[in-house]
Design a protein around this ligand. Structure first.
Ligand code: TYD
Ligand code: MG
Length: 455
């Protein structure tokens, strides 16, 4: 091991970035007069290996000699969360759960131990008092003798407590409120967040206790500002959903022990989050058939096909400039689709207000939704109701062509299962086997779509 040396570094007390010399203004966060001097030890044991507690030097191994035992997993008592993690949480893993404030991270993370009493859980909260957690727990129903609550923000106290308690699961809410005393910046700064995560990772790996770490997502949509945590942790789960809608999607965006194309849907109710095991049936709202401005999209988000409703309202612009607004859908993508409709198919929408809504408050990123968006807009424009047994799956290109989407067959099968009779897809879609029980209508471009649908 290299011998320890000390050197002087300057670091910003606001954001935690380090510099080799003093500066009046921190180039990273833009704050003035925040530089502080600190002696740091280099080449010391700071970079202790994560798994070698013995300190013995490790030798390379032949790949074929490495034993591949299945990871030891613990069930969290929630079928959806277990599936998302790849069959339960892996012992000694660090899972980051991110999401905007108010989305339901604390609710879910408290609900898990409450509904799984066999699991001895240490729930550390830096945001709420023990009383507040108790009030929330009462609301969620279910109780557990085995759920220990600790209201603390100092990492050394937390880790000491965790070692004494030796829980089966530890939950830390949230990374932004925790701090390590030996770092001179405030809780929530880059260097604190990094160190808190590194300490928890070391704890998880050395004791085998799985840790769920909660992180708020900043306005830019990244967890804790720069994506500093995502490569440190083993699994990143992200909570999404429009705040006003009742539905929430928990998505795995990184998983060292499973697939990342998984998602779980929850509904926020008066007594906590309810698992929505079959999203399709929930996401198609019940209203009378024959309403214009709605179209059903056969979605594939993650690995699971489901169907949901796209709603559009097109009306004459009252003010000089037309308004475009989209809930749960990228408004730039909507503008592009409207431009394609105008230029490639001759629909004059420049003087129209267009409002788009994804039913259920979901945020949709699957490009296969384009076709349903276009159909909902056209349906509202002509006040023509699309038959209720029709659904759509296709991406729309800039020249108005309809492009094939991934796993079209699975989408068609799901649509058939839910009683749909026709699905519109791109003419370039290839099916290994023709989907049963549903008529597949292939369209090449928007004019062809209009002829087939609004004939
Ligand atoms: P919360 O878990 O506190 O969000 P986060 O930790 O991500 O910031 O959830 C907050 C919202 O959920 C809050 O607005 C209240 C609502 N809620 C319910 O609707 N039902 C419930 O049973 C609970 C506990 C919360
Ligand atoms: Mg919270």
């Amino acid at each position: 091991m290299a011998s320890a040396k000390t050197k002087t570094l300057w670091f910003c007390t606001n954001c935690g970035n380090e510099y080799s010399k003093w500066m009046g203004r921190c180039p990273a966060c833009g704050e003035w007069n925040t530089m502080a001097e600190r002696e740091v030890v280099t080449g010391s044991s700071k970079a202790t290996p994560l798994t070698s507690a013995s300190g013995s030097a490790r030798k390379p191994m032949r790949l074929k000699d490495v034993s591949t035992t299945v990871e030891d997993r613990v069930s969290l008592g929630s079928a959806e969360v277990d599936r998302l993690l790849g069959g339960g949480i892996v012992k000694g893993s660090l899972v980051l759960m991110g999401g905007e404030p108010g989305i339901g991270k604390s609710t879910l993370s408290l609900q898990l131990p409450l509904h799984c009493p066999a699991l001895k859980t240490l729930y550390v909260t830096g945001e709420e008092s023990v009383k507040q957690v108790k009030m929330r727990a009462d609301r969620l129903g279910g109780s557990s003798e085995n759920c220990l609550i600790l209201s603390e923000t100092d990492m050394s106290a937390i880790l000491k407590e965790a070692e004494e308690t030796a829980p089966d699961l530890m939950i830390v809410d949230s990374v932004q409120t925790m701090f390590c005393q030996h770092i001179d910046s405030t809780a929530g700064s880059v260097s604190q967040i990094k160190e808190v995560a590194a300490q928890l990772l070391r704890f998880a790996k050395s004791t085998g206790v799985p840790v769920i770490l909660i992180g708020h997502i900043t306005k830019e949509g990244t967890i804790a500002g720069p994506k500093i945590l995502e490569h440190i942790v083993d699994v990143v789960l992200q909570f999404e959903g429009e705040n006003r809608g009742a539905y929430r999607v928990l998505r795995s965006i990184k998983n060292r022990f499973g697939s990342t194309s998984e998602l779980a849907v929850f509904e926020m109710t008066g007594s906590g989050l309810r698992e929505v095991a079959n999203p399709s049936e929930m996401l198609i709202p019940m209203h009378e058939a024959g309403l214009s401005g709605t179209a059903i999209s056969a979605m594939l988000d993650g690995n699971r096909p489901f169907l949901f409703e796209v709603q559009a309202l097109v009306s004459s612009a009252v003010y000089g400039t037309a308004q475009r607004s989209a809930t749960g859908f990228d408004v730039r993508r909507l503008n592009m689709l409207l431009a394609v409709l105008e230029r490639r198919a001759g629909f004059k929408l420049g003087q129209k207000d267009v409002f788009l809504n994804m039913a259920g408050g979901l945020r949709i990123t699957d490009p296969a939704c384009d076709l349903a968006v276009i159909c909902a807009v056209l349906s509202s424009t002509f006040d023509y109701a699309i038959p209720s047994d029709v659904c759509f799956a296709g991406e729309v290109g800039l020249s108005g062509e309809i492009r094939p989407v991934s796993q079209a067959a699975r989408r068609a099968v799901e649509a058939a299962r839910l009683g749909f009779n026709r699905i519109f897809v791109s003419s370039y879609t290839h099916f290994d086997q023709k989907p049963e029980g549903i008529e597949v209508v292939k369209v090449a471009d928007i004019p062809a779509l209009v002829r087939a649908l609004f004939k």
